[in-house]
Design a protein around this ligand. Structure first.
Ligand code: FAD
Length: 272
């Protein structure tokens, strides 16, 4: 009889994939993933502008027709993008490996040990610099001359596999960019189970314990039980599950904004 404790991990993004890989062995892990296998965008980037001109893409949300794992939602003026599928949003992320724990340290949360462990494990590099276009090199040089002290963004990637297609954020076709599908594979190799097309709708609790996890699996309701339940459905997905379960969440959303400064640069062609 297998007496190993069981764990359910909801989501296969940065949080879910890592915890599943870590737990498998000590627990028998089952990953519940709302989406399916990740399918990268298959058209060349240069065709996108032409497509936009056809007027067929009236709304950002229609990107899903071409990139089924990208879920775009709108609330007021805000457009929210996330990945639904194996690898979560990491399949759509830019692959920047910038360490942003300074503000947390100021709050008394020291994640140095964890960041050091990630640094040792993940393929973090600045070698992509060799793939820079002349314009990027020129801009970097200009910023240096201006005394702005630019630094090369470390990337989660294997530069040797990069073909400079520009598809990093819509699905790297060569596997040059690292994403958490690697960790899911490692968990599966260690014996974990992955159930795709399984959207968790809520958790049923008794006191402080989870009695059951309710889900819809390919259109059919299913209930799961385990000794340990980890909700890692993302910053938008997890609060929705908690709220559906009658577990109060604060009505706040922390947004870490990236400031992009745009300006015209003749012949740069990035706008295409
Ligand atoms: C366009 C873009 C670019 C980014 N670039 C970078 C970058 O360069 N560097 C960086 O560090 N970060 C980047 N990020 C942020 C990074 O991707 C996220 O911080 C990270 O993926 C969050 O991990 P997570 O596990 O919390 O959520 P996610 O990675 O979103 O994973 C959530 C998982 O839960 C699943 N799920 C959701 N709801 C349910 C449900 N009800 N039932 C079952 N499964 C469910 C989803 O399918 C998904 O697999 C970027 C994000 C975006 C949108």
């Amino acid at each position: 009889m297998n007496s190993r404790k069981t764990a359910l991990v909801v989501g296969t993004g940065a949080g879910g994939a890592m915890i599943a890989r870590e737990l498998q062995g000590r627990y028998q892990v089952t990953l519940l993933e709302a989406g399916g296998a990740f399918k990268p965008f298959s058209l060349p980037v240069s065709k996108m502008a032409a497509l936009r001109r056809t007027g067929l893409f009236l709304d950002e949300r229609m990107i899903r027709l071409l990139l089924p794992n990208m879920l775009v939602e709108k609330t007021g003026d805000m457009v929210m993008v996330r990945g639904i599928g194996v690898g979560g949003t990491t399949t759509l992320a830019t692959g920047n490996a910038v360490r942003c724990d300074g503000a947390l340290r100021a709050l008394g949360i020291d994640l140095n040990e964890q960041f050091e462990a990630l640094q040792r494990e993940l393929p973090i590099t600045t070698e992509h610099r060799a793939h820079w276009t002349d314009t990027t090199k020129k801009m970097f040089g200009l910023f240096q001359k201006m005394g702005l002290n630019p630094v090369v963004t470390p990337k989660l990637m294997n530069p040797a596999r990069c073909t400079e297609c520009g598809h990093c954020a819509i699905g790297c076709p060569t596997g040059a960019k690292w994403d958490t599908r690697n960790l899911v594979d490692e968990a599966l190799q260690k014996g974990a189970e992955l159930i795709t097309g399984c959207r968790v709708t809520g958790v049923e609790t008794a006191g402080r314990a989870v009695k059951a996890v309710h889900a819809v699996h390919h259109g059919r309701r299913r209930n799961f039980t385990a000794d340990l339940v980890v909700l890692a459905a993302g910053g938008l997905g997890t609060p929705a599950i908690l709220q559906n379960s009658g577990i109060a969440c604060r009505q706040t959303l922390f947004v870490d904004p990236v400031l992009c400064v745009a300006g015209p640069l003749p012949d740069f062609r990035q706008d295409r």
